[in-house]
Design a protein around this ligand. Structure first.
Ligand SMILES: [Fe+2]
Length: 499
């Protein structure tokens, strides 16, 4: 067991990190409690079991990415600004281990040299002319690689929500191997949510920018060779967050949640939901060109995350979490911190299905359930891009921002759902599906997550039997250090991770 501080400061008692402006929050909520960063990189080889037992047929690694600030920000700190840190749970032979490591991105290493923050954050009103070129849609932010993590070409690949250069990380040691540029063939950057087809090993990805081309789409082979790269024609800069793949197609999004164009010309970034503009979806054959794109329209909405897509006859079906109106109304007395916290409120995200008819060009759409859910997952190991029966997600309460308050399962065949709610005061993490060794059914496996208590600072890991979430965790493991709440995660099967 090791527990080695990388830098000697205690974030939660640093008075410089207390917000001094006159508003209702005495401290910055992104630096304290369950969201507050940890200063430690730790490894615990065998976790203590609090209840149940570690399933003998669970072999692999759960890896979760998230922001974890190292230096005092240049201005008001936002959660999204933190340096990417991976937290892993390794399951093998009925035992579980924990590890966390910062990802050594190019910008992490530059700040290590200067020992201070070099880039302005998400909440800053304008770019800092003294900052080096960064990442993001206009290259002004630190590329923190803090958002998603997937398995591709023999390594974990970490990504950044506003686009950046991905990093390759060892799944067992969490050591950064370097940037993933597809042998210098990656033309620019990559958004957070790429998609890996486990059947072919290919990675499909997109990038978006404030400058033309506003969106690009690419395919990298199982061996990390760039095989396709296409400019997607858009009428202006957009803010897409996710994409979808089926066995033969990729789906990219032009959603009506983007900047006020007149203000943008004056350099002001004011997001608006254009509820009179349809949502548009670009369906492109996986290895197709811009001329092959078929556009579909649907009622206005915003989509953070897709569950899956698949083909059925002439139809291309996409399941996801849909927000009817993503704009966060400003209430009287709202402070900057209130506004920043509200960004993490998914008070209107519902399970939804879009059916695109490739023959007629028509779209059918349907809300399937009324529970607020987000960070959706499915059995990606066997069913990514193919017809799936089950979806899993985290439950999002509508009265509090940034809280993963329960786990959720939906059966598309019966319409039944299962839910389990975590104890009050705790916050979980995204729960990818982990197939059981020698699984016999789509839901024969487990859901794995962290559970963080922002008041006591205690953290644990929980494992659910995916066939029955209502019985609660089949195993709870004590993690001897604090695990801050984070963003996206993945499950890497043992045959890949321990290979
Ligand atoms: Fe996301």
């Amino acid at each position: 067991m090791t527990d080695s501080p990388i830098k000697e400061f205690e974030v939660n008692s640093n008075p410089e990190w207390t917000i001094k402006e006159n508003h209702s929050h005495s401290i910055n909520p992104f630096l304290h409690g369950a969201l507050g960063p940890t200063k430690f990189e730790s490894s615990f080889d065998e976790l203590e079991i609090l209840s149940g037992k570690v399933p003998e047929d669970l072999s692999g690694v759960y890896v979760r990415n998230g922001p974890n600030a190292r230096f005092e920000s240049k201005g008001l700190h936002h959660w999204f600004d933190g340096d990417g840190m991976l937290h892993s749970l390794t399951f093998r032979n009925g035992k579980a281990a924990y590890r966390n490591r910062w990802t050594r991105t190019k910008h992490f290493n530059m700040e290590s040299e200067s020992q201070k923050a070099l880039w302005p954050g998400y909440a800053m009103a304008r770019p800092d002319p003294e900052a080096p070129q960064g990442g993001g849609t206009d290259f002004t932010l630190k590329d923190a690689s803090n958002t998603d993590v997937v398995w591709h070409n023999g390594a974990l690949v970490t990504t950044f929500y506003q686009s950046g250069v991905p990093c390759r990380v060892n799944p067992v040691t969490l050591e950064t191997e370097g940037q993933e540029t597809f042998n210098s063939q990656l033309p620019s950057q990559m958004s957070a949510h790429n998609k890996v087809d486990d059947a072919t090993g290919e990675m499909m990805f997109f990038d978006y920018s404030m400058e033309a081309p506003y969106m690009t789409y690419g395919v990298a082979s199982k061996e990390g060779v760039l095989k396709n790269f296409v400019e997607i024609p858009l009428p202006g800069p957009r803010l897409p967050h996710d994409m979808a793949i089926s066995e033969n197609y990729s789906i990219l999004m032009d959603l009506p949640f983007y900047w006020n164009e007149a203000q943008l010309k004056r350099g002001q970034h004011s997001l608006q939901f254009h509820n009179d503009v349809p949502a548009r979806f670009a369906v492109i054959p996986r290895h197709g060109s811009a001329e092959d794109i078929q556009w579909f329209e649907a009622t206005p909405c915003y989509i953070y995350h897709v569950i899956n897509a698949y083909e059925e006859g002439d139809n291309l079906i996409m399941d996801g979490c849909r927000m009817a109106d993503p704009y966060i109304q400003r209430k009287p007395g709202d402070t900057m911190i209130d506004r920043m916290l509200a960004v993490g409120t998914w008070e209107d995200a519902k399970l939804y299905r879009w059916t695109f008819n490739l023959k007629t060009g028509e779209t059918q759409e349907e809300q399937l359930d009324d529970t607020n859910i987000e960070f959706p997952m499915m059995n990606a190991d066997k069913y990514h891009g193919k017809k799936h029966r089950y979806a899993y997600a985290t439950i999002m309460p509508d009265d509090r921002p940034i809280n993963f308050s329960g786990v959720y399962k939906y059966d598309y065949e019966t319409g039944e759902k299962q839910m389990y709610h975590f104890p009050e005061g705790t916050c979980a993490s995204e729960t990818p599906f982990a197939p059981a060794d020698n699984a016999l059914a789509e839901d024969d496996g487990y859901l794995v997550c962290f559970l963080s208590n922002g008041i006591t600072g205690e953290s644990e890991a929980q494992v659910f039997d995916a066939r029955d979430l209502t019985q609660g965790p089949v195993c709870r493991l004590r993690i001897p250090c604090r695990v801050p709440v984070g963003f996206h995660s993945c499950w890497v099967n043992g045959d890949k991770a321990f290979g």
